[in-house]
Design a protein around this ligand. Structure first.
Ligand code: 5GP
Length: 123
């Protein structure tokens, strides 16, 4: 599938330094920062610095080094935030049905309270 990356998306602007962020951890290929509208006491977003639209794009076209760095950064963030003991949820949204708002691949790391079931079934 050909992916088209919109360079005006908000995370691209954060990566260019045009918008501030509360950085948790930064590596050569990955940035982790606090979500601006946290949905749990801990809500961190982890993004690759490369221009990838979503999970499928990243998994298909990122280098082995980018993929390793991304996942190791996620693990280091969990360690730094102390969420491994009580647990956390790591989720990514993709496309319209996934309700993805920002078209730059990101993993949400949510923790700090019991998070309940993953989805609420529609009535
Ligand atoms: P999505 O719905 O695409 O999976 O999640 C996008 C996330 O980005 C949302 O949780 C939203 O609160 C967060 N977000 C949107 N704009 C900004 C911003 O300018 N700064 C930060 N730190 N987070 C943002």
């Amino acid at each position: 599938m050909p992916w088209t990356y919109d360079t005006s998306n908000i995370f691209a602007r954060i990566l260019r330094g045009e918008i501030p962020n509360k950085t948790v951890l930064e590596t050569a290929d990955t940035l982790a920062f606090h979500d601006i509208r946290p949905q749990a006491p801990v809500h961190v977003l982890v993004i690759p610095k490369g221009a990838y639209v979503d999970f499928a794009h990243f998994a298909a076209e990122a280098t082995e080094a980018e993929i390793a760095d991304f996942h190791r950064t996620c693990a280091r963030v969990c360690e730094m935030l102390g969420v491994n003991g009580d647990g956390f949820r790591a989720i990514t949204n993709a496309g319209a049905h996934g309700h993805q708002e920002v078209p730059h691949y990101h993993l949400h790391i949510l923790a700090g309270r019991p998070l309940g079931p993953m989805l609420v079934r529609p009535a």
